[in-house]
Write a protein that binds this ligand. Sequence first.
Ligand SMILES: Cc1cc2nc3c(=O)[nH]c(=O)nc-3n(C[C@H](O)[C@H](O)[C@H](O)COP(=O)(O)OP(=O)(O)OC[C@H]3O[C@@H](n4cnc5c(N)ncnc54)[C@H](O)[C@@H]3O)c2cc1C
Length: 165
Amino acid sequence: MKKILIVGQGIAGTLLAWSLRRRGCSVFIADGNLAGGSSNVAAGIINPVTGKRFVKSWRFDEFFPVAKAMYQQIELEFGISIWEERPTLRLLGTPEEANDWAIRCAQPDYANHLSETENAGAWGAFLKPGFRFGIIQKSARVKFPLLLSAFRENFRQEGFLLKKY
Ligand SMILES: Cc1cc2nc3c(=O)[nH]c(=O)nc-3n(C[C@H](O)[C@H](O)[C@H](O)COP(=O)(O)OP(=O)(O)OC[C@H]3O[C@@H](n4cnc5c(N)ncnc54)[C@H](O)[C@@H]3O)c2cc1C
């Protein structure tokens, strides 16, 4: 059996450890609990269309179902709720942004993901009137802190965690 040491129990090290263990590897994980680990503070948002130019992420349509299946499998195994699939509301702050968004909405590769609205729903109460909004479908939030602490406890109990916190 292959023995593997992973240094770092952020989201990358954690999911790599989970994946390798499922493939029969013997995995140990060490983490120095250093200040500045980004997984502990990340919003955990999975968003297909990002940036100023509203570009779709590389191979998103392939990766999204794989990520969803993986996080849902982890939910089952650990008895936790970490996957929240819901649309994302994107504020279109200028007429140029609203125009660029409308152009994207008309493109076939984006049509399944994007639409637009003037109604921000519950968020309207917090925003000045007059903005337009983009709606991004197929987005989700993963509760990183819950996922990481569930794994940390599991690794600790099973003796795979090399460094104590
Ligand atoms: C404020 C913020 C918000 C974000 N929001 C999102 C978001 O919504 N969606 C998204 O997709 N991404 C987001 N990101 C980016 C995302 O958080 C990172 O890409 C991701 O968490 C990186 O994970 P990682 O496991 O590679 O690194 P980290 O989470 O940084 O984990 C590295 C781990 O390695 C340990 N370590 C490092 N060096 C050593 C060493 N020498 N010895 C022992 N241990 C060590 C650290 O203690 C740490 O626990 C956000 C980032 C920030 C800062």
